[in-house]
Ligand binder design. Structure first.
Ligand SMILES: [Zn+2]
Ligand SMILES: [Zn+2]
Length: 259
């Protein structure tokens, strides 16, 4: 897989993920309220331009560089490829958990991450609502993780697609059947769990930092049970529906409550 193929595969993965999440949102809505689609898509367009400019497929480049240089865990320890891919997904998801948790602890990181939480609604488009600053700040950590793990390029591709599927799915205004939701959340983050993370109260906000797996929250004591029908008031106190430019300026204004 080269850089161009990497970007095509990732774009296809994102397309499929959006389509599936929107379909589920239609078929099994939780609150059936409108979303902040216009603002969120606006932020996503800016993010795509910023990350495309800085790092189109640099995770792929770093993975190949580490393999050539014999650097990183899986370039030293020999494991079957399928196991390398699975472990890379697990470890990169753990890094994402740690980064997300840091975003809620370190004031300067929260300034950027609050933009994600400032969405008063909770729908598939919330998955697009990130400040470009947050994405760019996370880049060195994510790239370092790829190198340290020695993740194969295939592992990085699978992780990015899996991550996109999880991201769009768990932000969906989706109410899964109770039994399915209960079984699924033993392993994976469900919309109910992540909806709780978007709650207005800090007790809700400080739970469920995971994106793909629930293991990290369970192991580190941040897991907060939340079923598909649990009602959550989402958003941050003091923010209403802001436009794209206001959302972009948010990290540089007075910090919001929450965190
Ligand atoms: Zn958060
Ligand atoms: Zn979220």
């Amino acid at each position: 897989v080269d850089e161009r193929e990497f970007q095509i595969l990732r774009a296809l993965g994102v397309g499929v993920a959006v389509a599936l999440a929107v379909l589920l949102q239609r078929l099994a809505p939780h609150a059936a309220a409108g979303g902040s689609t216009r603002v969120n898509v606006g932020l996503w367009a800016i993010d795509a331009a910023a990350t495309g400019l800085v790092c189109g497929a640099c995770a792929c480049t770093v993975a190949r560089w580490a393999a050539d240089a014999n650097l990183g865990l899986f370039n030293v320890v020999t494991l079957p490829v399928w196991m390398q891919v699975l472990l890379a997904c697990l470890l990169l998801d753990a890094v994402s958990y740690a980064w997300h948790r840091a975003n809620h602890v370190v004031p300067v990181l929260w300034r950027f991450h609050q933009v994600h939480h400032s969405d008063p609604t909770f729908t598939v488009s919330t998955a697009l609502r990130f400040h470009p600053g947050e994405l760019l700040l996370s880049l060195p950590l994510r790239l370092a993780a790829v190198a340290v793990i020695g993740a194969p390029v295939l592992g990085v591709v699978v992780f990015e697609i899996w991550f996109a599927l999880a991201n769009f799915f768990e932000h969906g205004d989706i109410a899964l059947p109770v039994g399915l939701d209960r079984r699924l959340r033993r392993i994976c983050v469900t919309p109910g769990l992540h909806r709780r993370h978007h709650g207005r109260h800090v007790t809700e906000l400080r739970t469920n930092f995971g994106t793909i797996f629930t293991f990290w929250d369970r192991m580190l004591g941040t897991y907060g049970e939340s079923g598909p029908s649990a009602r959550v008031q989402t958003g941050l106190p003091g923010t209403g529906d802001v436009g794209t430019l206001r959302a972009l300026a948010m990290p540089f204004g007075p910090p919001l409550r929450g965190r």
